[in-house]
Design a protein around this ligand. Structure first.
Ligand code: AMP
Length: 299
């Protein structure tokens, strides 16, 4: 299989109760592609401004990420600012500047059009159709979103869901989207709209996976100190889809192992600011943590 990731490549300013970091590299596409790169060679599609460091694109390439679809446009790179309180599951978006992303509809290079798994990371749902129309024979379409789009483009999101097989959301987003407080009912509502798998990320409480006749849950890795939760959701999706991409066949067992792979990568990301932990992460560390997850939930 082959995995295409379409998402934001960004500068983020992050504030936690302990520290503030200005304009560090982030973005849903960035986190997802780096996480997936531990399992496969993902194709990344996105846009950056002329202010984006070329060495980061070179770093993506060194990690085996295909960057032919990363465009550099005159103007400024997408910017996001978020603030976390003492509860790392709660965050406030202080600023979103779409910049070069505002006018951009991805035009996929020929090689990307052959992708079999397409991941629409947190991007404007109005782009989804135009992107999917360019992919010749996708087997799996996956999508994530963020509160900003749930609030601003609710109808477009429901439309997109009709074409999606796997939907990722955190608990707050799916409650907001479905107007259901109960996560099981919220999951069911989304399943009725199209997807065959709904993955609800619950931060430090793990993840719940709903299928039509399938349910699975995992805990999150018990972590004493969360330094920066940004990107955990996208890294979860990247680890999940990267694992999925490499797997020979799709079965409930593959789905469960992919959830654990996603949880393992995400558990590292939050140990440092931005992509710093992903930069020094090794495949052996991921394997060890996946084994730890196995012990954590076996009885
Ligand atoms: P996560 O913590 O996994 O939900 O994702 C955080 C990343 O999403 C940050 O690095 C942001 O740059 C990016 N992001 C935030 N808002 C948006 C948006 N409206 N569109 C695209 N990407 C976004």
């Amino acid at each position: 299989m082959s995995l295409l990731i379409v998402g934001s490549i960004a500068f983020d300013t992050i504030e936690t109760p302990y520290e503030r970091r200005e304009r560090i590299v982030g973005g849903s596409g960035t986190y997802c592609a780096l996480a997936a790169s531990f399992f496969t060679r993902p194709m990344l599609s996105g846009v950056v401004g002329e202010d984006f460091p070329r060495e980061i694109i070179a770093f993506f390439q060194n990690r085996g990420i295909q960057t032919e679809g990363v465009l550099i446009r005159p103007g400024k790179t997408f910017f996001w600012e978020g603030k976390y309180g003492y509860d790392p599951n709660q965050r406030e978006t202080l600023r979103t500047e779409l910049n070069v992303m505002a006018e951009f509809i991805p035009s996929l290079p020929e090689s990307y059009q052959q992708a079999t798994i397409v991941y629409l990371a947190t991007i404007d749902p109005d782009w989804h159709e135009a992107i999917l129309n360019q992919v010749k024979r996708p087997k799996i379409v996956a999508m994530d979103t963020i509160q900003f789009w749930v609030t601003h483009k609710t109808e477009s999101l429901w439309q997109s869901l009709k074409k999606v097989n796997i939907f990722f959301a955190n608990d707050e987003e799916i409650r907001l989207l479905t107007r259901e407080v109960n996560l099981v009912r919220a999951g069911k509502k989304v399943l009725e709209a199209g997807p065959s798998l709904v993955i609800v990320k619950k931060g430090e409480h793990g993840a719940l996976v709903f299928g039509r006749d399938f349910i699975f849950g995992t805990l999150a890795h018990p972590c004493e100190e969360v330094v920066d939760p940004t990107g955990a959701g996208d890294s979860f999706a990247g680890g999940f889809l990267g694992y999925f991409d490499r797997a020979k066949k799709i079965s409930p067992r593959t789905i469960k192992k992919a959830v654990v792979a996603g949880s393992a990568v995400a558990s590292f990301v939050i140990e440092d600011f931005g992509i710093d932990r992903l930069r020094r992460l090794t495949p052996e560390e991921i394997r060890q943590r996946m084994r730890f997850f196995h012990h954590l939930v076996s009885f």
